[in-house]
Design a protein around this ligand. Structure first.
Ligand SMILES: *[C@@H]1O[C@H](CO)[C@@H](O)[C@H](O)[C@H]1NC(C)=O
Ligand SMILES: *[C@@H]1O[C@H](CO)[C@@H](O)[C@H](O)[C@H]1NC(C)=O
Ligand SMILES: *[C@@H]1O[C@H](CO)[C@@H](O)[C@H](O)[C@H]1NC(C)=O
Ligand SMILES: *[C@@H]1O[C@H](CO)[C@@H](O)[C@H](O)[C@H]1NC(C)=O
Ligand SMILES: *[C@@H]1O[C@H](CO)[C@@H](O)[C@H](O)[C@H]1NC(C)=O
Ligand SMILES: *[C@@H]1O[C@H](CO)[C@@H](O)[C@H](O)[C@H]1NC(C)=O
Ligand SMILES: *[C@@H]1O[C@H](CO)[C@@H](O)[C@H](O)[C@H]1NC(C)=O
Ligand SMILES: *[C@@H]1O[C@H](CO)[C@@H](O)[C@H](O)[C@H]1NC(C)=O
Ligand SMILES: *[C@@H]1O[C@H](CO)[C@@H](O)[C@H](O)[C@H]1NC(C)=O
Ligand SMILES: *[C@@H]1O[C@H](CO)[C@@H](O)[C@H](O)[C@H]1NC(C)=O
Length: 832
């Protein structure tokens, strides 16, 4: 875009014309408003435009913001004789007029605007020679704590004025990690995440940065730049958790009182507390100075430590940093007396216990903090009751509470029980606990039977279960009513089937030998029984049961003639109802315990369907069976021994009959009330239902329906509704006023279907209010007049006959005064 022309007089060396309003590429034209853009800093004496004037104009005049730079020649050549500077004046507003020879304006003035375009002719400059700033340790990364600022006179709307900041250097730089960053647009300096974590004023409180600024967006090597040193001081972060606090429980200071404080690095933060655990009470508060208070007395025994958070937020409610953990420990005071673990501690000591033996331990507690003086307990016996044979029989270990026997062994005959009062004390409190010491006997005696042989017993095998067959007795001289003297009898030999049991009377230790299961001569005729007597408590070492603790007896079982026994009480069999006569339908077996032969017979065969083989017990059918009559046929089988006492026993025989399809379908009821109103106005239909007596299978019923004869088809139609119901419909309306008997064929659709032909009486009758009016048709339940008259006549006839009989009898009895009762009983049924 550079054109060079040598103009000697005007020295128009370089024409640097970028835009000509309305006349591109031309450098001359008539006088009219124009705009030009010219880069600043160009060589002077440059031609801008040649205005042409028309007569009478002979010359031109230039006015406006020429700044002594813009000139116009009389021939209209506009030029500037000095380089332009955008930073001095960015736009020059000029006016050009054409003058005549007399100097009068003949054209114009017209505005000519010269825009000076920027070139990057200004360096960016930092506003300060040197910057200083400070930052808190652990400040939020990315949040600027200071700014550097530079200016550039060039047009900020062009690249020439666009500044980019950059950190050139950080001193010191450990492990090549940048702790600081700069926003390249705003110059804001902030910490990097590493800086936020690692900066520590104790290690190094001072950092030096060199920050540069470059124009042209820092994009080209032609950009100008400036740099400046920045000194940064790292200050301690005062937002840190305070030392754990200790508060004495139940303190008497007035509440609330201050226990600790927190402080944000800068003023103006809003403080609050946040509970860490979900506790019903949170007895702490914080004020806006960051001071933390406890608001009420604490109880260590309830809760011995608290942990919560202090939070600092800015005015928008945004957390300024992470919350600080506050730890509070509640210090114990001795505010709890010792407590006994139970109102009375019961201990036992055996009679022969040696001096020094430990009897047991009295346990007491103290709620105050463990392992401190507040919870250390001391035990001391303050009383012993009774003081026989002397006082001071027992000793308690001062710190453990363990009781020991001193002075002598105890004897139950002196006293079976001692009561001790033991004082338990901590630093400030005393509590009395009670100990009851029972002197107990030991199991050093064995049970001794009164005799070792109870002789021969004989019982018939039918002796009732539960009968007592023998009473035995052993004695034990240990303390009565304890496990040491109680006796349990155990049969150790001769009763492997467990037919016997022995109950012990708890007061007398008498043993009752009872029958638990029936005796059986045929199984075992003679039992040699050995009974052992034992204590529930173990014997003390060194003492053992010996032969005196057992006894024997001999049980002889005698035979009894018994009835035959069936192998089961109920015999069951299942056959089809269609089995042929003479089929074996079941068998039963009975055996006589004495081995006699058995003869079988039936009882209760009320339909006479069955026969039993007297010798084998097999059962046969002797008639056609019918499930619809008896689906489960029950009879009794009697087995009688042949010989002996002819004892017999009975068992049940249950014969289940399974169905075969042997019943034709039928109507579910007698349909007597079906009618159509006469004369029939439109064809209509009726519903009827069928059933049959065979067993209903899971499929339900599936009847098919059709008319019984072809002749009916011109008047009637049958259509199935579902498996049991069908419609009977008229095909026309021309029916007479009478009863029609419609025969209908119903098939049960079985594999071997059975068919039933039924007759469905349908009446055509005159109707009143849709009810059959003609006596010819009868409503269900209401007998027709004819039938009603018949019933009436029949009733009268019966009454007449009765009256006649009564009259006749009365006449006959006139002479015989002995038949009062008979007369009454004759009359009675007549009234019914
Ligand atoms: C430019 O022209 C003005 C007025 O004609 C004159 O005063 C000035 O000295 C000239 N400047 C140069 C550098 O020629
Ligand atoms: C930088 O300085 C200029 C001129 O003084 C001022 O307009 C601008 O707001 C300053 N920028 C910052 C970030 O301080
Ligand atoms: C200025 O910073 C932005 C975001 O931090 C970045 O995307 C851009 O590249 C930077 N410009 C230069 C010239 O470094
Ligand atoms: C706190 O101390 C008072 C006396 O100062 C006492 O009456 C009260 O029982 C104590 N409370 C607890 C929980 O220890
Ligand atoms: C021991 O105390 C109990 C009540 O706790 C009482 O019944 C018993 O009689 C006392 N025994 C003696 C020997 O005083
Ligand atoms: C019991 O019977 C047996 C065998 O019959 C006989 O030896 C024994 O002497 C009898 N004992 C008593 C005490 O009768
Ligand atoms: C069994 O022991 C007791 C003493 O415990 C004794 O009196 C008895 O004679 C002993 N009997 C036998 C058979 O040894
Ligand atoms: C009938 O006798 C046969 C053998 O003869 C046997 O398998 C079957 O279990 C007996 N039935 C009954 C009910 O006793
Ligand atoms: C068959 O149809 C009749 C009449 O619509 C109805 O009452 C009956 O419940 C039906 N039966 C079955 C099993 O759907
Ligand atoms: C209709 O049929 C029934 C039985 O099938 C019979 O008793 C009756 O007399 C018949 N009635 C007529 C009008 O045919």
């Amino acid at each position: 875009m550079t054109t060079q022309a040598q103009l000697h007089c005007l020295c128009l060396l370089t024409l640097y014309l970028t835009t000509g309003y309305g006349q591109e590429g031309k450098f001359s034209g008539p006088l009219k408003p124009m705009e030009f853009s010219i880069f600043e800093g160009q060589e002077p004496s440059q031609l801008i435009f040649q205005f042409k004037a028309n007569p009478p104009a002979v010359t031109f005049k230039l006015t406006g913001e020429t700044d002594g730079i813009f000139q116009i020649q009389p021939d209209g050549l506009l030029y500037h004789n000095k380089s332009l500077d955008r930073e001095t004046r960015a736009v020059h507003r000029l006016q050009v007029s054409a003058l005549d020879a007399q100097g009068n304006t003949v054209e114009g003035p017209v505005p000519v605007t010269i825009e000076v375009k920027d070139i990057n002719d200004n360096r960016p400059v930092f506003l300060q020679q040197h910057y200083e700033g400070s930052v808190r340790q652990n400040s939020r990364p990315g949040k600027p704590f200071m700014y550097v600022n530079a200016t550039d006179l060039d047009d900020p709307a062009t690249l020439n004025g666009q500044l980019i900041y950059q950190i050139l250097m950080q001193l010191p730089k450990v492990n090549n990690v940048m702790y600081f960053q700069i926003n390249n647009q705003t110059g804001g300096i902030s910490l990097t995440p590493q800086g936020s974590q690692e900066l520590d004023p104790l290690k190094n409180p001072h950092y030096k940065l060199v920050v540069s600024v470059a124009d042209m967006g820092g994009l080209t090597e032609h950009s100008f730049s400036d740099s400046v040193p920045v000194d940064i001081t790292v200050k301690e972060n005062i937002w840190k958790p305070p030392e754990p606090v200790e508060i004495e429980e139940n303190s008497t200071k007035p509440y609330p009182f201050k226990i600790t404080q927190v402080q944000w690095n800068d003023p103006g933060a809003l403080y609050s507390l946040l509970a860490k655990e979900n506790t019903p009470q949170f007895p702490f508060s914080i004020d806006q100075e960051g001071d933390i208070y406890v608001t009420q007395p604490l109880d260590r025994e309830e809760k011995n430590a608290y942990v919560f958070y202090a939070v600092a937020k800015d005015e928008q409610g945004k957390p300024l940093s992470k919350p600080l953990e506050i730890q509070v420990k509640v210090k114990d005071i001795n505010d709890n007396p010792p407590t006994c673990s139970s109102p009375v501690t019961v201990l036992e000591v055996q009679e022969n216990e040696k001096i020094g033996s430990s009897i047991g331990t009295l346990i007491a507690h103290d709620m105050d903090e463990e392992n401190t003086i507040n919870s250390v307990l001391e035990y001391r016996i303050v009383d012993q009751t009774p003081k026989v044979p002397q006082d001071g029989l027992f000793l308690v270990q001062e710190y453990s509470g363990t009781l020991q026997l001193v002075l002598q062994s105890l004897h139950k005959r002196d006293t079976p029980q001692y009561n001790l009062s033991v004082q338990v004390s901590d630093k400030d409190f005393k509590t009395l606990c009670f100990v009851q010491i029972n002197v107990i006997d030991i199991n050093d005696q064995i049970p001794i039977f009164e005799k070792s042989d109870y002789g021969n017993l004989t019982f018939p095998e039918d002796t009732a279960v539960g009968s007592v067959i023998l009473t035995i007795q052993a004695t034990d001289t240990d303390e009565p009513h304890t496990g040491s003297s109680k006796i349990l009898y155990r049969i150790t030999q001769g009763d492997s089937e467990g037919r016997l049991e022995i109950e012990t009377d708890p007061l007398t230790n008498t043993g009752y030998v009872k029958l638990k299961k029936p005796l059986d001569f045929e199984t075992v005729a003679i039992h040699n029984i050995v009974v052992q007597a034992e204590n529930p408590e173990p014997l003390v070492p060194g003492v053992q049961y010996n032969a005196s603790s057992s006894a024997t007896f001999r049980l002889t079982v005698t035979d009894v003639n018994e009835a035959p026994q069936f192998s089961q009480q109920v015999f069951e069999a299942k056959v089809s109802e269609a089995v042929a006569k003479g089929t074996k339908v079941g068998n039963t077996t009975a055996k006589d315990p004495e081995g006699l032969d058995v003869s079988y017979s039936l009882r209760g065969d009320k339909r006479g369907w069955l026969r039993i083989d007297p010798a084998t017990g097999e059962i046969f059918s002797v008639a056609q069976l019918d499930r619809e009559a008896e689906s489960l046929y029950r009879v009794q089988v009697v087995a009688t021994e042949i010989g002996g006492s002819y004892l017999s026993s009975t068992a049940q025989f249950h014969l289940t009959l399974t169905d075969v399809n042997d019943n034709p379908p039928r109507l579910v009821k007698e349909y007597t009330g079906l009618f159509f109103c006469y004369p029939l106005k439109a064809p209509g239909s009726l519903i009827f239902e069928a059933t049959d007596d065979d067993e209903l299978t899971f499929r339900g019923r599936h009847f098919t329906f059709s008319l019984g004869s072809e002749s009916l088809q011109k008047d009637w139609e049958v259509s199935k509704i579902n498996g049991t119901h069908a419609h009977l419909s008229t095909k026309h309306t021309g029916f007479e006023e009478r009863v029609y008997n419609i025969s209908i064929r119903i098939s049960d659709g079985d594999r071997q279907p059975l068919e039933g032909i039924v007759s469905l009486p349908v009446t055509f009758c005159k109707c009143v209010e849709n009810r059959c009016f003609q006596p010819a048709a009868h409503m269900p339940g209401i007998p027709p007049v004819g039938m009603a008259v018949g019933i009436l006549l029949a009733t009268l006839l019966v009454i007449g006959i009765i009256l006649a009989v009564v009259f006749f009898r009365m006449k006959r009895d006139k002479g015989q005064h002995n038949a009062e009762g008979a007369q009454a009983s004759e009359v009675k049924p007549l009234r019914n």
